[in-house]
Design a binder for this molecule. Structure first.
Ligand code: DAK
Length: 259
């Protein structure tokens, strides 16, 4: 599929998906959401081992859902629009490879929700984060109430959502919304460096670890521990486990094949 609002780059086993809607600071209209869904649904996760999501240009990651499209919606269409984003973002969250958000500027509303569907976020020092929806007469619609509260705790999530205020990157770092903050010109290099470290590790082990972390959050302790025991056991059915441990004992770097 040819994309109108996405630019895709492939750097060996690392894919970069840039949201590119320059007239609206990369706002998410329904076509962008369908394109994201299509890209993620068709991503070959054997070939691509890390996905990086960022915004095109210097000013915005994604400045939210597209207000000029939403202004015309009624309840049924609002629900459908919300589902479109929620389904695409859930696919990102459950991809069997790491997904890093490189937040290069405004990261508001649906943009913050897109970033939160990624495994973690690195931010430019110029980035601004917020959930300004209540100022538009709506709630966050792409799982923001759920994921923000999970990430930063209910207190900060409620403060951000009820006030709609935008916070700076250093504040986002302080409350745990982002893992690291870099100067804008350094951001992509740092994200790539981290992605490369992941590419060097065993992909199935990463996929199982991601699944455990994602799913155990909503489980009781005994079920979460059992989930991890099962994943751990499955690793021993892989060639990569034999290779990783043999390589350690032979004092050489491991070569993982994802089997
Ligand atoms: N949608 C559409 N256009 C946008 C936009 C957006 N979210 N954000 C910016 N733009 C457009 C501006 O209208 C402007 O267009 P022109 O006037 O040039 O035609 C252009 O991008 C440049 O923006 P500004 O001129 O405003 O640039 P500034 O530097 O002055 O300000 C800003 C940057 C990011 C602070 C400002 O643009 C701004 O406040 N933008 C809106 C941010 C925002 O409120 N985002 C949250 C959107 S609401 C749901 C589903 C989803 C959601 C909720 C419910 N259901 C269906 C239930 C999610 C909602 C949202 O994300």
């Amino acid at each position: 599929m040819e994309y109108t609002f996405l630019k895709i780059e492939q750097h060996d086993q690392i894919a970069v998906m840039k949201v590119s809607a320059p007239k609206s600071l990369n706002a998410l209209n329904s076509t962008v959401l369908k394109e994201i869904d299509d890209f993620v649904s068709n991503l070959d996760t054997k070939q691509t081992r890390v996905l990086i999501i960022t915004g095109d240009g210097e000013k915005a990651f994604v400045a939210g859902a597209d207000i000029s499209e939403m202004v015309h919606l009624y309840e049924k269409e609002g629900y459908e629009f919300s589902k479109l984003g929620a389904i695409a973002f859930r696919k990102i969250e459950t991809l069997p490879i790491p997904v890093i958000a490189a937040v290069n500027g405004f990261c508001l509303g649906g943009g913050c929700e897109l970033a939160m569907a990624c495994d973690f976020r690195y931010a430019s020092s110029k980035a601004k984060f917020g959930q300004p929806e209540v100022g538009l007469g709506i709630t966050p619609g792409f799982s923001g109430t759920y994921r923000l509260a999970k990430l930063v705790g209910q207190g900060y999530a409620k403060e951000m959502i009820y006030t709609g205020k935008a916070i700076r990157a250093d504040e986002a770092l302080r409350i745990g919304l982002v893992n690291a903050v870099y100067e804008p010109e350094e951001l992509m290099d740092k994200v790539m460096e981290t992605a490369q470290k992941m590419v060097a590790n065993a992909p199935l082990a990463i996929a199982y670890a991601k699944q455990c972390i994602n799913e155990s959050y909503d489980l009781i302790a005994d079920d979460a521990i059992e989930l991890e025991n099962t994943a751990f056991g499955k690793c021993f059915a892989t060639e990569d486990q034999k290779e990783g441990m043999t390589a350690f004992l032979e004092k050489r770097p491991a070569k993982f094949v994802g089997k």
